[in-house]
Design a protein around this ligand. Structure first.
Ligand code: NPG
Length: 376
């Protein structure tokens, strides 16, 4: 494997308004404040290639303990100095070098992603051929926020069905769950794949209540309980017929193996940012394949950078369920890439260009940039 010297690193913050507010059980968002990482790698022959990564941390520590300002701080003051002092690097060495620093998977993932993008571009290799994926398209699912009224919700769902999405995911919380699911199931008919995401909004004692979702023939209930409550999820999995899927609880391959062993994880949502990067995401995928656990790729309202890389990851064979990889226009009127992800016939094309699979729209990127920090 080629070894690279890490050169200049640029941390960019961009402000991206959402086309409509997105409400989950942990809050509502109408814009994303996103941290991008640009690295320059020098190869052994002296050539320099740039690569980009996207950090999925939100503005507040509401989804997980990480938040964008903290991610920027830990990258600048801890992760980059550690990487620089380790000497030459490549994407595969980043995780091991940073492993002695605890936590911060989203910050670590963004750096590894930028290094991987640059490394792939330096040899004109696509992420798809690096991973050995063979699928050329993947089915596209859409995630729909909590709505105040069932009528509004049905209007939104119908719009996404008309757009061609092949799977509907509804955000739920106590008070906005059973009736909402019942109404949506009636609207879309018995055959359209449907699932719900609670983002930790329930408690162990809600088993009987969540059983009321069983008649609606859903693919899964995602993360009903707080992330640390693995045993609680195992108890719910035994109590509720709809399969229990973990998201927030899964932050590493080792923890995923334990959750599966305990019966807490019948289906896995893999988000590269949450687990420390695409390489750990592949390890979780491989583990789930050997354990017969279906997986799908989650989303964190990524721009075209993360959306492209997620589309490639989701082309791996164990991703047997549609992911939250929607068209970029689901969230953003204009993306920072010149070739944003679109859906056609309910599917997204797996990118095959060198690197992670996107080309930046540099002029627009500059327009939405709110802060740039250059580190040598
Ligand atoms: O399609 O990118 C997408 C969004 C998918 O619902 C989605 N993400 O908890 O999985 C989640 C949720 C979310 C993440 C919501 C981050 C808000 C912020």
């Amino acid at each position: 494997m080629t070894n690279f010297q890490l050169g200049l690193v640029e941390l960019r913050r961009i402000a991206m308004p959402l086309v409509s507010p997105f409400r989950t059980s942990f809050g509502s968002q109408s814009a994303r404040d996103i941290l991008l990482v640009r690295v320059e790698l020098t190869a052994e022959d002296g050539s320099v290639t740039e690569g980009w990564g996207e950090c999925v941390a939100l503005s507040e520590p509401s989804y997980s303990p990480e938040y964008v300002e903290g991610a920027q701080h830990v990258i600048e003051h801890h992760l980059l100095p550690r990487l620089r002092s380790a000497g030459r690097l490549d994407a595969a060495s980043v995780g091991a070098t940073l492993a002695k620093l605890h936590g911060h998977p989203m910050a670590k993932a963004a750096i590894e992603m930028a290094v991987l993008d640059a490394q792939l571009r330096s040899t004109e290799t696509s992420f798809a051929s690096y991973l050995g994926t063979t699928r050329t398209t993947i089915p596209s699912g859409v995630s729909i926020g909590i709505h105040n009224s069932i009528d509004d919700l049905l209007g939104s769902v119908q719009g996404y069905v008309d757009d061609g999405y092949v799977r509907i995911k509804l955000k739920i919380e106590p008070g906005s769950d059973i009736e909402h699911v019942a109404a949506v199931r009636e609207l879309i008919g018995p055959d359209t794949p449907l699932q719900v995401d609670a983002n930790t909004a329930y408690r162990r004692t809600d088993g009987q209540h969540l059983r009321e979702l069983d008649p609606f023939n859903m693919l899964l209930i995602e993360q009903p309980l707080p992330e640390a409550d693995i045993i609680g999820h195992a108890m719910l999995a035994a109590e509720v017929d709809t399969p229990i899927c973990l998201d927030e609880s899964l932050v590493s391959a080792r923890g995923t193996a334990d959750a599966i062993e305990l019966g807490a994880c019948e289906i896995a949502n893999i988000k590269p940012g949450r687990v420390g990067g695409y390489l750990e995401a592949v390890r979780i995928h491989d583990l789930c394949v050997t354990k017969d656990i279906p997986v799908w790729c989650g989303g964190m309202l990524e721009t075209g950078i993360g959306r492209a890389a997620n589309a490639v990851l989701a082309a791996l064979p164990g991703f047997t369920l549609p992911g939250d990889i929607s068209a970029s226009t689901r969230f953003y009127a204009r993306d920072i890439v010149i070739d944003p992800i679109t859906i056609s016939d309910g599917h997204v094309k797996v990118p095959t260009s060198p690197g992670l699979g996107f080309e930046l729209d540099k002029a627009f990127l500059d327009q939405v940039t709110t802060r740039t920090t250059t580190l040598h």
